[in-house]
Design a binder for this molecule. Structure first.
Ligand SMILES: *[C@@H]1O[C@H](CO)[C@@H](O)[C@H](O)[C@H]1NC(C)=O
Ligand SMILES: *[C@@H]1O[C@H](CO)[C@@H](O)[C@H](O)[C@H]1NC(C)=O
Ligand SMILES: *[C@@H]1O[C@H](CO)[C@@H](O)[C@H](O)[C@H]1NC(C)=O
Length: 354
């Protein structure tokens, strides 16, 4: 009887210490390696998370701030899920204690700026999800400490400015998702150092201008997505500057100005062996108005027709003029010759008269 009581006491004590270590509203399992606190109505980070936790799920709460040096009792974290909260501020060094963290999900929050302090300590981070936040510009120091990052998702923010060298520490980055932002121009230098980048997704922006050297550093790029932007023409050299083995380029849903220049550029681009314009057959014209909604492919043989006719007319004019000039010259020469002959004869006859 005594022994049974003792056993009961031990069990109660153990479970109490378990619940002590696991915050109310959380579920701690898998030898305390997984702590699931999703939809727990938290407005701030929980204080009691088992130190053995490797995956901490805090998604769908109402947390609004990540204070400096949070998680200093959870240094073993590998995955931290914070999506769908109300986070507007990450204090400098907020994640600095997480030296083993591999994945950080901060999507669906209200983050509007990233300072250098944001990325301190995250040297092993491989995946950073920041989609659906309020970022408007990327600072050249925001990602400074993310040396090992492979995937960065910045889609569905309001980014209109990317500072030169913003991604300069990310020589291992393989995927960069910038779709559904407010970019209008791609300046040379913004993608410098991204030599491992394979996928660059820029779909759903307002891009109308691409500087000549902007894609040059991307020597591993296999997919460039420019679907649904404001391109009306392409600069041949911008694409010629893509020095890769093979790159697929998507250009659908842009307001193409279908003129002879565009036709020429596309003909040249399509002849470059390493570039694949996968959706070329789907490109439609926006300008000139008579060609609106026509497929570029269906009109491209005619685009240079007017120009050909003009060239033909000019050529004919030139040839006619030259011919006429030559004819006139010939006639004049003959006339002169005749006159000379005549005077010579005249002179001769004059002489014979004497
Ligand atoms: C989100 O956080 C802000 C403060 O940053 C606060 O004013 C607001 O009430 C919070 N929203 C919700 C839904 O809790
Ligand atoms: C980027 O984030 C959005 C929103 O969370 C998600 O739908 C999309 O799958 C993500 N893309 C990648 C490649 O992770
Ligand atoms: C072209 O458009 C059609 C219809 O919208 C779509 O099914 C097809 O996948 C597109 N082709 C490419 C290569 O994007």
């Amino acid at each position: 009887m005594k022994e049974l009581l003792f056993l009961l006491l031990v069990v109660v004590e153990t479970s109490r210490s378990y619940s002590n270590r696991c915050e109310l509203g959380c579920d701690c399992r898998g030898d305390l390696k997984f702590t699931i606190c999703s939809r727990a109505l938290f407005t701030q980070l929980p204080t009691r998370v088992p130190p053995t936790t490797e995956l901490l799920d805090l998604s769908d709460n109402n947390i609004s701030i990540i204070p400096e040096r949070s998680f200093n009792k959870n240094r073993k974290l590998r995955v931290l899920l914070l999506q769908n909260n109300n986070i507007s501020e990450v204090e400098d060094g907020g994640f600095s204690q997480l030296e083993f963290l591999q994945k950080l999900d901060l999507s669906w929050n209200r983050i509007s700026t990233l300072t250098e302090g944001f990325s301190i300590g995250l040297a092993l981070l491989r995946e950073l999800q920041l989609a659906h936040n309020c970022l408007t510009s990327l600072d050249s120091r925001a990602f400074l400490h993310l040396d090992g990052l492979q995937r960065l998702n910045l889609s569905s923010n309001s980014i209109h400015t990317i500072q030169v060298r913003s991604f300069s520490s990310m020589s291992t980055l393989r995927q960069l998702h910038l779709e559904d932002n407010q970019l209008t121009a791609l300046r040379s230098g913004i993608f410098s150092m991204l030599r491992s980048l394979e996928v660059l997704n820029l779909a759903g922006n307002q891009i109308r201008e691409t500087e000549m050297g902007v894609f040059k550093p991307l020597t591993s790029m296999t997919l460039l997505n420019l679907v649904d932007n404001q391109l009306s023409t392409v600069d041949f050299k911008t694409f010629l500057n893509i020095h890769t083995y093979s790159t697929h380029i998507l250009l659908e849903r842009n307001p193409w100005n279908c003129d002879c220049d565009l036709q020429r550029v596309f003909r040249k681009l399509r002849s470059i062996q390493r570039l694949f314009l996968d959706d070329y057959y789907n490109l439609t014209c926006k300008e000139p108005p008579v060609l609106e909604d026509y497929r570029l492919m269906d009109v491209d043989t005619e685009l240079c027709l007017a120009e050909t006719v003009t060239v033909l007319i000019i050529s004919i004019t030139v040839v006619t003029t030259v011919l006429a000039a030559m004819l006139m010259g010939e006639r004049k020469r003959k006339k002169k010759k005749k006159g000379k002959h005549w005077t010579q004869q005249g002179e001769l006859s004059d002489e014979s008269d004497y």
